[in-house]
Write a protein that binds this ligand. Structure first.
Ligand SMILES: [Zn+2]
Length: 556
């Protein structure tokens, strides 16, 4: 008896001490809310003794870490389970619960924006009174986090009950596919941004944040949608249909004219300086080799080769009819509103001035330190600081071209991918990629071979957007191309299934042929029934296979 008592006492003591392995929090962030026995999110400061709380993500039991200052209390996994979504799911579920238990929520301001313009549709942000909140209900392909039903208003006729969808953003923005469906169906939807939630919040702070204080915006709002369409139309009209004409101009093919500057280029032996594709160069009427020859020829013939003026050059290219007429509006003094409008309605827009400037990088180098062949100067006599400056400029120039080259493919992927709007060029440049053993930026500023690897990988990812393309073995480079990867994966499995179906069909046909051969030879009577059954099975199999294969045939 005494011995048992001691043991129980020892157990009681040891339960206060936390084993070392359990002190680790795999997410690096404590979990603020755990699920109680009724799956209700419960804040760590409100746990009841003797109750068990589970992880909202993986459903493993959690321990409440309470023996610290109040603001440091949090839940953590009991057995050191790896669970990367716990923090996000915890806030997500708790926010849904807060909305479910309330009856009022602040709506974002109703503002229409286009280009540099914005128009307030309502002066102050309104509040929605609701009498029903449903969590994560299926709505024909979309599962909104919350669907609110507007409470009946005495002032308004109760003819139609209005619904508002609420999306909660903790670490992942609402998926583009979801946004597309919401906009297509014109479902009023807001997104509440909880990404700035501090490491520790009290239940009250969290509630205020969800209902009123956290940033929120309209994903879709009928009034904004209509007002923006009107703003876009008005701007397009005001600017004489420039958006439509630029979009059309980008699609016009290069005109195959005679390169009348070619001789100058050959005389100066700078053939290698013309013919590079520069992103945005579809603003010109002719292929890169020709407009670049024109620029270079004009520059080589100019008396002052120490400087280069991109604007004057572009005006000259226009006079030489090398700039597509639609772009003429963008020359000279730039109207900011017009430019903002163009950027909003022309997806592949790049200002012609930037195209010329990019190409000019090479020319500036050439002009500052002329090639020894063309003017008899010698690079041997170059002072050291000039040599250093030259090296620095070469480096800067190539980096700039590389950035433009990579950005062009990135933008193309962004324009075509389902989750494209989630991609941000500047931040992607600095994210560590295991496949690159570093950041994309490091590849761009690094050695040529590494940069080429990056470009090949990006191009493979762009290819992957096409049906039946290969998935690059080295992965997605941190780009949100999961929908496309999954589609390619499904197609591959489908092809494999079709291939094995084809092989099975071949085997069956072979078997049938053998059977027919065998049928020619007289057999004992008792085998006839077996043969008929086999024949029936073979023909059934054939029907099934031909049905299976038909949709794969592009002509069928
Ligand atoms: Zn978990």
């Amino acid at each position: 008896m005494h011995r048992w008592g001691v043991n129980i006492g020892a157990d009681g003591l040891s339960s206060d001490a936390v084993p070392e392995s359990d002190r680790l929090c795999p997410t690096g962030r404590g979990i603020p809310f755990g699920l109680d026995s009724k799956d209700k999110p419960t804040h760590v400061t409100q746990v009841k003794p003797g109750h068990t709380y589970r992880c909202p993500s993986c459903k493993w039991p959690l321990s409440a870490v309470l023996n610290t200052t109040r603001r440091r209390q949090h839940f953590r996994h009991r057995k050191g389970a790896e669970c990367s979504d716990a923090y996000e799911t915890s806030l997500h579920k708790a926010a849904e619960q807060v909305i479910k238990e309330s009856s009022e929520i602040l709506l974002p301001a109703v503002v229409a924006r286009h280009g540099g313009q914005s128009r307030n549709i309502t002066d102050k942000a309104g509040k929605l009174q609701y009498d029903d909140a449903r969590l994560e209900v299926q709505m024909d392909g979309i599962k909104p986090d919350v669907v609110l039903r507007e409470a009946p208003d005495a002032k308004r006729s109760a003819s139609a009950t209005r619904e508002l969808l609420v999306e909660i953003f903790v670490t992942h923005r609402t998926e583009q596919r979801k946004i597309d469906l919401i906009r297509e169906r014109r479902l009023p939807t807001i997104e509440i941004n909880l990404s700035k939630t501090p490491r520790f919040v009290t239940p009250d702070e969290f509630k205020r944040s969800v209902l009123y204080e956290a940033k929120r915006k309209w994903v879709f709002n009928n009034a904004i949608h209509d007002a923006e369409a009107a703003l876009r139309e008005k701007a397009e009209e005001l600017f004489g249909g420039i958006g439509a004409s630029l979009n059309a101009a980008y699609k016009v093919e290069f005109v195959p004219i005679h390169n009348r500057w070619r001789q100058d280029i050959e005389d100066a032996r700078v053939e290698d300086l013309v013919g590079t594709h520069v992103p945005g160069d579809r603003c010109f009427t002719v292929a890169p080799e020709i407009w670049q020859s024109a620029i270079l020829s004009r520059f080589l013939r100019s008396p002052d080769r120490g400087r280069f003026d991109a604007e004057v050059t572009l005006d000259w290219l226009d006079r030489e009819r090398l700039l597509k007429p639609a772009f003429r509006r963008l020359l000279g003094e730039i109207d900011r509103d017009l430019l903002a409008h163009v950027r909003a309605v022309v997806p592949e827009f790049r200002h012609p001035l930037r195209v010329v400037e990019d190409y000019a990088g090479q020319m500036v180098l050439y002009g500052l330190f002329p090639h020894s062949h063309s003017n008899g100067g010698s690079s041997d006599s170059e002072p050291t600081e000039f040599a250093e400056e030259r090296a620095r400029r070469i480096q800067m120039y190539y980096w700039r071209l590389r950035v433009a080259e990579a950005e062009e493919v990135f933008k193309a992927i962004q324009a075509e991918a389902k989750n494209g709007p989630l991609m941000e060029w500047e931040s992607w440049l600095d994210t560590f990629q295991v496949a690159l053993s570093g950041t994309p930026r490091a590849r761009i500023t690094g050695r040529e071979v590494g940069f080429r690897e990056l470009m090949d990988h990006l191009k493979a990812l762009r290819q992957m957007l096409e049906p039946n393309a290969e998935i690059p073995a080295a992965g997605l480079l941190g780009l949100p191309l999961e929908p496309e990867r999954d589609a390619r994966e499904a197609e591959r499995r489908w092809r494999e299934a079709a291939e094995s179906a084809r092989m099975a069909a071949e085997i069956e046909w072979g078997r049938q042929a053998a059977e027919q051969e065998a049928a020619a030879v007289p057999k004992p009577r008792h085998k006839v029934g077996w043969k008929r059954r086999l024949r029936q099975r073979v023909s059934q199999m054939r029907d099934r296979l031909s049905k299976l294969i038909r949709p794969l045939n592009p002509l069928g």
